[in-house]
Design a protein around this ligand. Structure first.
Ligand SMILES: [Zn+2]
Ligand SMILES: [Zn+2]
Length: 344
């Protein structure tokens, strides 16, 4: 079968790989029909995340169950399913408390040995461990394009808002309007935010946020902090979602939040980063951080998608064949696409 593999910075190839076989009783093999390229795949593409050469990448997928072990009870052969970006065992200390993203045996698709040696989903087929938790039947009426957001990008945008405990009537700010930030805009509106202020420096992204009901504010051509003050009577935002993953954005988020407000950090951090603890402490800010609990939220997210409350389809800007993955990565790297869906 064909699979998209990494061979170091800027070097993505489409190579022949053996078809996956069931290994454990709760494994499934899925024939991939649509698979997304994600911002975290770019970390691999740029060599910031190092993976063994030849490893298959990708972690967003929709497809059909080809085979399922005896222990798989929640989906069956022939079912149209979507996957979560990571797996969870369901039995460890964290899983028993519903904190699936911190499962002691959690593995992430397409991220090499450091995250569990689980071959990726940008391939014609993918092996899915713990299929009862990792897979969901894709609801009728939800397109492949939309369904592949549920187990990653939309689940993360939803988590950012849910973890912040955004309440109806709140003012929310979303910093960074990549796909996750734009999904957070939708989730904040769905949670009852009275106003959502969306900040980025890319005009197209600001327009999408506006179409989702946010007030767009340009990062450099306008005054984002002034806009938040003006919108809140000088108080600051109840919730600020930091969807960039850069110290400057985190600093801005802490300054935009009101006293006793919440900064919800879904931007990715792996290194030391300075935070003005004086601001955090004096304002009594609450920081919530870390990977999204996508497995914990996926059923809620799918229900909201079925109801039409959340709809990520406007974020899909490109469809390309899996065989054109090298070109697709180059396009994505040039920031010419919001979401590229590859079809094997
Ligand atoms: Zn992703
Ligand atoms: Zn676990």
């Amino acid at each position: 079968m064909q699979a998209v593999t990494t061979h170091g910075p800027g070097d993505v190839r489409v190579e022949e790989r053996p078809e996956p076989q069931l290994e454990a009783a709760d494994d499934a093999v899925v024939r991939v029909e649509a698979t997304g390229i994600c911002g975290s795949d770019l970390h691999i593409y740029h060599g910031r995340v190092k993976i063994e050469p030849g490893f298959t990448i990708g972690h967003e997928f929709v497809g059909t169950v080809l085979a399922a072990g005896d222990g798989v009870t929640e989906v069956s052969e022939g079912d149209r399913v979507l996957g979560c970006f990571c797996t969870a065992c369901g039995n460890c200390f964290f899983c028993r408390r519903g904190i699936y993203q911190k499962c002691d045996e959690g593995r992430v698709f397409g991220h090499g040995a450091t995250l569990g040696s689980l071959q990726g989903a940008q391939a014609e087929q993918v092996l899915v461990p713990h299929a009862n938790l990792t897979l969901r039947r894709a609801p009728e009426g939800i397109s492949d394009d939309a369904a592949l957001f549920a187990g990653d990008v939309l689940g993360t945008g939803y988590h950012a808002v849910r973890a912040a405990e955004l309440a109806p009537g709140d003012t929310a700010v979303v910093l960074g309007l990549g796909p996750v930030g734009l999904c957070a805009v939708q989730a904040a509106k769905a949670a009852g935010a009275a106003q959502v202020i969306a900040v980025d420096s890319v005009e197209d992204r600001l327009r999408v946020a506006e179409s989702f009901g946010a007030r767009p504010v340009h990062l450099t051509e306008e005054d984002p902090r002034g806009a938040v003050k003006e919108a809140t009577g000088g108080r600051g935002a109840d919730v600020v979602v930091e969807a960039v993953g850069h110290p400057d954005a985190l600093d801005m988020a802490c300054r935009m939040a009101r006293k006793a407000g919440t900064v919800s950090v879904v931007g990715v951090y792996a290194e030391r980063c300075e935070v003005h603890m004086g601001i955090v402490w004096l304002k009594s800010l609450r920081l919530v951080t870390g990977h999204a609990n996508v497995i914990g939220h996926v059923d809620t997210v799918l229900a909201m998608m079925s109801a039409g409350v959340l709809d990520p389809t406007p974020l899909v800007t490109h469809h390309m064949p899996l065989a054109d993955a090298p070109e697709a990565y180059a396009v994505y790297d040039r920031h010419e696409a919001l979401k590229i869906v590859l079809s094997p």
